[in-house]
Ligand binder design. Structure first.
Ligand code: ATP
Length: 245
């Protein structure tokens, strides 16, 4: 499936972390080749849903499809997915170059022409000349750029972002979101972005899926779902409590 995007469908997905934990129920779809924001209160199940899509968790019931392929039980490495977390995306002992190169070759055995692919990816995220540095010698924003450069070389059709820029200041967050939007426009990846910031969704995600209590309670155009005057009642409460933070 490399190189082409596909819708992600969660059909009748039922998941609980333990026998005595609450059941989460996910029935939703993420449109092919577009950015969808996954929004909702803390503990509503946003990371859990991303982890089910990425394969870090497996549902007890239901199916997760990429296009028509049912990959509900496929191992993480066999899914057409790249994921970026809030932190710990990079190996601290490897150079920036090698951290990106891992996306091409997990054993870091690059063919001669692949070195250029890594350099190009670093340039595309504004990090030309940074290849020899270690992650500890970068700012938080630069580290996330390295993670995005690895996404670029992996060329997977699905991109999952779990609060990837939450620890950055507003201006830098906006820059990083624009970078994601430009990579996504280039590659057409089906992108799902967890965020606590409604303005992040409004900036780059035409669609929003809203979770509460471990299930999807609304799904639609971001400008409607997260609009001050148009949001459904349950979401308006959420917007009111989070935008004053
Ligand atoms: N590994 C785990 N084991 C047991 N319970 C978990 C685990 N991870 C999350 N949970 C529980 O599952 C529920 C959903 O958590 P999740 O992290 O998916 O929510 P979230 O919407 O991403 O929250 P936040 O916005 O705070 O990151 C919470 O009640 C949480 O305590």
């Amino acid at each position: 499936m490399n190189g082409t995007s596909a819708a992600i469908t969660c059909e009748g997905v039922r998941f609980r972390y333990a026998a005595d934990a609450g059941e989460m129920r996910f029935d939703c779809a993420f449109a092919a080749g577009t950015i969808t924001a996954l929004v909702g209160p803390s503990g509503s199940g946003k990371s859990t849903l991303l982890n089910l899509i990425a394969g870090f968790e497996t549902p007890q019931v239901g199916a997760i499809r990429f296009g028509i392929e049912d990959l509900t039980r496929a191992p993480v490495a066999e899914r057409p997915v790249s994921m970026v977390f809030q932190e710990n995306n990079l190996f601290a002992h490897l150079s920036v170059f090698d951290n990106v190169a891992l996306g091409l070759s997990p054993r870091l055995r690059l063919k001669p022409d692949e070195r250029g692919i890594v350099e190009d990816a670093l340039a595309s995220v504004g990090l030309s000349g940074y290849g020899a540095r270690l992650p500890g010698q970068l700012s938080g924003g630069e580290r996330q750029r390295v993670a995005l450069a690895r996404v670029v070389v992996r060329r997977k059709p699905v991109l999952l972002l779990d609060e990837a820029f939450a620890s950055l200041g507003p201006a830098l967050r906006a820059d990083m979101l624009d970078l994601v939007a430009s990579i996504q426009a280039d590659r057409g990846m089906t992108t799902v972005m967890v965020t606590h910031f409604p303005e992040d969704a409004r900036r780059i995600a035409p669609h929003t899926v809203f979770l509460a209590g471990g299930e999807v309670i609304a799904d639609g155009a971001t400008e409607t779902l997260l609009g001050e005057d148009t949001a459904p009642e349950a979401i308006r409460f959420y917007l009111g409590t989070t935008e004053t933070r």
